[in-house]
Design a protein around this ligand. Sequence first.
Ligand code: URP
Ligand code: ZN
Ligand code: ZN
Ligand code: ZN
Length: 452
Amino acid sequence: MTLLIQNGTVVTHERQFVADIFIEGEIITAIGAHLEVPEGARVIDASGKYVFPGFIDPHVHIHLPFMGTFAKDTHATGSQAALVGGTTTFIEMLAPGGSERLMDGWRTWTGMAEGRSACDYTFHIGVTRWDDETEATLRELAAQGMKSFKVFLAYKGAFGIDDAALYRTLALAKELGVIVTAHCENAELVAQLQGKLLAEGKTGPEWHEPSRPESVEAEGTAHFATFLEMTGAKGYVVHLSNALALKAALDAKARGVDISVEGVVPHFLLDRTLTEREDGAKFVMSPPLRDRSNQAVLWRALEDGLIDTVGTDHCPFDVAQKDMGRENFTLIPNGIPAIEDRVNLMYTYGVSRGELSLTRFVDALSTRPAQLFGLYPRKGAVAVGSDADLVIYDPAYRGHISAATSHMNTDYSAFEGWEIDGRPEVVTVRGQVAVEGGAFVGDAGRGQLLRR
Ligand code: URP
Ligand code: ZN
Ligand code: ZN
Ligand code: ZN
């Protein structure tokens, strides 16, 4: 199979230029002006459109046992939603709950994804407790190419680990050359504050944010950074939400700690007042939506490259699941669905509204995730020899977000009615067209597990 994409404006993390792109099989084999049309090649006219490298979502939850229930997407629904939204690879948090052994978790997650994901995928290996088997299992999974781990400093009594386990994980990661991603909130402080608020009769979703304030996240971030410093490991703070936590990460970076920062879509666009609504539970995630004043800081840091990447933290629960916390905000399943909307929202409210340059947009949503997590230049690049994962993006499209038209398996959108200035017209996964005219037309089980 050969494919020629003509006359698009190719955008990389460094520059933009008009060119044709030729694809043979799964790989880009030529880029240049006015390439000859080989016999039998399918030709796609990309005049007036951008051609981006396939976007990589570095932080999603598809299969997730959490807070007594399960996130709603399957690898089929999640991956198709990703593709329609321009994401051609996602990195899922593999997070065994309860007493599930890590190696059993590996089998569970890979078994669910294999043959069902339409896009490529890989995993951050969650270290949710430290027992006799943990070290050997982590060594084995790293040897199999799973070169990133995940720890939760939050969620006491669930995914959260103590400092001894954190130290061991980081020391091992340093030895193995594995990057460790971390949810940075101080679990004990959150637990204490939750108890205090509930005792005062403060039970609604608007009390979720005060139960885990900005300074509690900043403490978690500084705490993680100190452990990175002592072990020499390479770290990545997931879903950083506010200016104080950003300062903690940047202070550590300034003294030489190897730390990168991820922002996620909800924190750039939504704020804590949404949890005061009657349907406020829909907007409960952790770290929480913050005071709006943080958003300008996050956008600026993103444009300056101080926030390295943008993920979603896609975590879909439906309205009935959110309702489990009607009488008690600590029982609301945490998470906001967004895997389908990341690219369009960051393009519209970042690039189109002047907060974000086009090259930094590509860098943060594709190239940097690929570089940090060992996928570059196979992914995250428009280059000869790279996988032909491409997004032909129509900046003239106008539409809006709605749960009714979403491919995600949930019944609400936190961005219901939001306008979007553009969308992926055509998306390819390793040379095969998976999206056309905004609709999924791909091969449901074609996605591959990416070993790094
Ligand atoms: O609220 C969130 N973020 N839910 C998913 C789990 C996590 O902490 O990433
Ligand atoms: Zn988290
Ligand atoms: Zn601490
Ligand atoms: Zn998450």
